[in-house]
Design a binder for this molecule. Structure first.
Ligand code: GLU
Length: 403
């Protein structure tokens, strides 16, 4: 299943409802620039290995290209194109002065030593060094990329241009110009969107939650649900899933994951497969893993009231139709996971202005931004009687069309 084909189906379905101009529709169907590089890394055994990386600059209509870098064995051009398109829509939904881009390297970073990971990051930075920049294209973390990796990127880029350039990338560590709150921002933003929507759907503390994916954003959203009185009954990671009908103790589970690198074996839980987790009877299902998890194949088997998308592109267009028919409400990725790029934008602004905002300031502004965007999406959905994904796309495409 092609992620980019899915993204284009989403685009066309919104374009039809809003009567998007044919010029704009055409413009939105292809990236402005594709950078496809091969670069070498000296491995610990002394041999040199060649890696394949991409940066796709989808649209800079609203500002410099913006979006993460992913280090994952599944990275290919189709995926990066889709992700960079979604970044374009995402930045527009939350009204940031930024365009959309994305990058990635086809690699399993878990098989690399720290020295090799640093070498890979620096070599990749050199190969995309002339297309990125604080006013051109600003990368950030994504799957398997950390603040440490962003710090290496800034350092290498600053060497290339000959002066310190912290605003070339966001998601850095605090010591290297990162923003307060950036690490928690994606999960936090998703929770704020959930809060903005929940009264419409009568969801109260005590409701049950299942979370697929336990990376940065999955852990944070699960922790926030737990902290606010919801019952997180199942979570999974790439090793498998765990379940406890009475609710999982999230702070203890996060410690367990940190120590053992897996959610499996957590005291008081029993194992379930990923497909069982998706079909679990629960109120809120949170796909926070990868693309194409809820598809035409399994959407009929879902047993939840709402889906809160935290990963990018977890639901296919076929699944969207099935869920809509089954009256399962879905809060779409381009809105729900935008908290990450919103705080990235704050980090970029702080770097450019030489400021440092407190965590409270960052979270206040994040809340204002997410609330405003959620309200626009809810109103647009009501106005046209359409699903939230179409509504979010319409909000974004209207903004892009006005430029
Ligand atoms: N990788 C994140 C996303 O998919 C964040 C991008 C950014 O901060 O630029 O939204």
């Amino acid at each position: 299943m092609s992620a980019f084909d899915n993204a284009m189906k989403q685009l066309k379905s919104a374009a039809q409802v809003m009567n998007l101009s044919s010029d704009m529709l055409e413009r939105m169907q292809k990236p402005e620039r594709i950078i496809d590089v091969e670069f070498s890394v000296k491995m610990d055994d002394g041999l040199v290995r060649i890696f394949h990386g991409y940066r796709v600059q989808y649209s800079n209509i609203l500002g410099p290209y913006k979006g993460g870098l992913r280090f994952h064995p599944q990275v290919d051009l189709d995926e990066v194109k889709a992700l960079s398109f979604w970044m374009t829509i995402k930045c527009a939904v939350v009204d940031l002065p930024l365009g959309g881009g994305k990058g990635g390297v086809t690699v399993n970073p878990k098989e690399l030593s720290q020295v090799e990971l640093e070498g890979l990051t620096r070599s990749f930075t050199r190969s995309i060094g002339d297309v990125i920049g604080p006013d051109k294209d600003v990368p950030a973390p994504d799957v398997n990329t950390t603040p440490q990796i962003m710090d290496w990127l800034v350092d290498e880029y600053s060497n290339i241009v000959g002066h310190p350039s912290p605003a070339v990338v966001t998601g850095k560590s605090l010591e290297h110009g990162g923003s307060e709150g950036r690490g928690a921002a994606t999960g936090k933003g998703a929770y704020l969107v959930f809060e903005a929507f929940r009264s419409e759907h009568n969801l109260q503390p005590g409701a049950t939650v299942a979370v697929q994916g336990f990376g940065n954003a999955g852990q944070e959203i699960a922790r926030l649900f737990h902290e606010n009185g919801y019952k997180v009954i199942a979570v999974s990671d790439s090793h498998g899933g765990i379940f406890n009908e009475g609710g999982l103790d999230l702070p203890a589970l996060i410690r367990h994951k940190k120590e053992t690198k897996s959610v499996l074996g957590f005291a008081g839980s029993h194992e379930i497969s990923d497909s069982k987790l998706l079909a679990l009877m629960c109120d809120i299902l949170v796909p926070a893993f990868m693309e194409n998890q809820i598809t035409g194949e399994n959407a009929e088997s879902l047993n939840c009231k709402v889906v809160l998308e935290v990963a990018n592109g977890p639901t296919s267009p076929e699944a969207d139709e099935i869920l809509a028919r089954r009256r399962i409400k879905l809060f779409p990725d381009v809105l729900t996971n935008a908290g990450g790029v919103v705080v990235s934008c704050f980090e970029w602004m702080q770097n450019k202005q030489g400021e440092h905002w407190s965590e409270e300031q960052v979270f206040d502004r994040l809340k204002q931004t997410m609330d405003k965007a959620s309200t626009s999406v809810i109103q647009t959905a009501k106005q046209h009687n359409i699903i939230y994904r179409q509504a979010a796309f319409i909000v974004a495409l209207e903004r892009l069309s006005k430029k």
